[in-house]
Design a protein around this ligand. Structure first.
Ligand code: UDP
Ligand code: MG
Length: 334
């Protein structure tokens, strides 16, 4: 095994956070030093182009527990988080933003909860979002409602990426074949015992948000497509609606033709166009169905996880999780 394992790893993705760093570091350090346990702070420098790397190097000289993982280029918040969480060495791993919107003091409470209640995952849940704009609240509510429908009720509403994971949960994440999991969906999907700690989301301490609307939309699209093949079915449904509408309009056209109130050639052209459109959509939908199956097969997510086995831990994974049975495939497509 690698160096002695710290009790706690705190993973912090940072992108151009030079203005927040001098506020963030002392506040986090005070909390962690007070725990009285070995810890590491793993800052993932997501290709910052400002004074962040220099600031981190300066801090490291005085803070031996600070570890810096630098990504070669800016890869986005989710990717930086995944990079950090999968490389953290701690027995417990907490991820938190650098801008002090997630109060570091809550970390101690999460750790207490996890130990006291024997939990593997503790979510930081925002008590209220009154400090967010109405637009942000509105879009967030829609996002969480949709995600709970797609992934299941175990996705906590209003929980972002502030959370604590046990070593077992991190190892489960590590075993997923996926390259870029959307953590806030995949973590609840793992099915570990979990709890919540509520906290007051604070104002960004300094600097500007790195999450413009385009990135929010990107995250939403990635969330949907990483858990559902439903968008591929849109063509099927449109095709079916098209066929039904076509049927009605064909009757109308024939009636008009019989009544003699049409221009010559109109009914045949009209019916042909309607019919071809509907058939094309249906065929697209059919293709989509197969693409969807390929998609879930390529994702290769296990269909289940064994929590424990009375025959012993070694026996739990004897033949490995499988996801390629037709029943499981059909299930994951739903
Ligand atoms: N972040 C990152 N890479 C990016 C964008 C953001 O590592 O490409 C980090 C950022 O430094 C911060 C966290 O992700 O620690 C959350 O970003 P931000 O506070 O800007 O998002 P918001 O809270 O406004 O949604
Ligand atoms: Mg923020």
């Amino acid at each position: 095994m690698t160096p002695p394992e710290p009790a706690l790893s705190v993973v912090v993705p940072m992108f151009n956070e030079e203005s927040v760093l001098p506020l963030f570091a002392p506040r986090l350090r005070a909390v962690l030093d007070a725990l009285g346990e070995p810890y590491e702070v793993l800052v993932v420098d997501d290709g910052s182009t400002d004074g962040t790397p220099a600031g981190l190097a300066g801090l490291r000289a005085r803070w031996p527990q600070l570890r810096v993982l630098r990504l070669r280029r800016n890869s986005g918040h989710q990717a930086a988080l995944v990079a950090g969480v999968l490389r953290a060495r701690g027995r417990w791993v907490v991820s938190l933003d650098a801008d002090l919107q997630d109060p570091p003091e809550t970390v101690a409470e999460m750790l207490r909860r996890a130990r006291a209640d024997g939990l593997d995952i503790v979510y930081g849940v925002r008590a209220d979002r009154s400090r967010d704009t109405r637009f942000k609240r509105w879009t967030a509510a829609g996002y969480y409602r949709l995600m709970r429908r797609l992934v299941g009720k175990q996705v906590p509403a209003q929980a972002g990426d502030f959370r604590l994971l046990s070593r077992a949960a991190v190892e489960a994440l590590r075993e997923l074949p996926e390259r870029s999991p959307v953590l806030r969906l995949v973590v609840p999907w793992l099915g570990f015992p979990s709890g919540e700690v509520t906290y007051q989301r604070e104002e960004r301490a300094a600097g500007r948000t790195k999450y413009p609307l385009s990135r929010m939309a990107g995250l939403a699209a990635e969330s949907v497509t990483s858990f559902s093949a439903a968008p591929l079915r849109v063509a099927t449904w449109l095709g079916l609606v098209g066929v039904a509408v076509c049927g009605v309009l064909v009757v109308v056209a024939v009636a008009a033709w019989l009544a003699g109130s049409t221009v010559t050639g109109w009914p045949s052209l009209y019916v042909a166009i309607l019919f071809l459109g509907a058939v094309q959509l249906l065929c697209l939908g059919l293709l989509g169905e197969y693409v969807a199956r390929i998609y879930t097969a390529v994702q290769g997510r296990p269909a289940y996880f064994v929590a424990s086995d009375t025959a012993g831990p070694g026996a739990a994974d004897a033949d490995g999780p499988t996801a390629d049975g037709p029943a499981e495939l059909a299930d994951s497509l739903r």
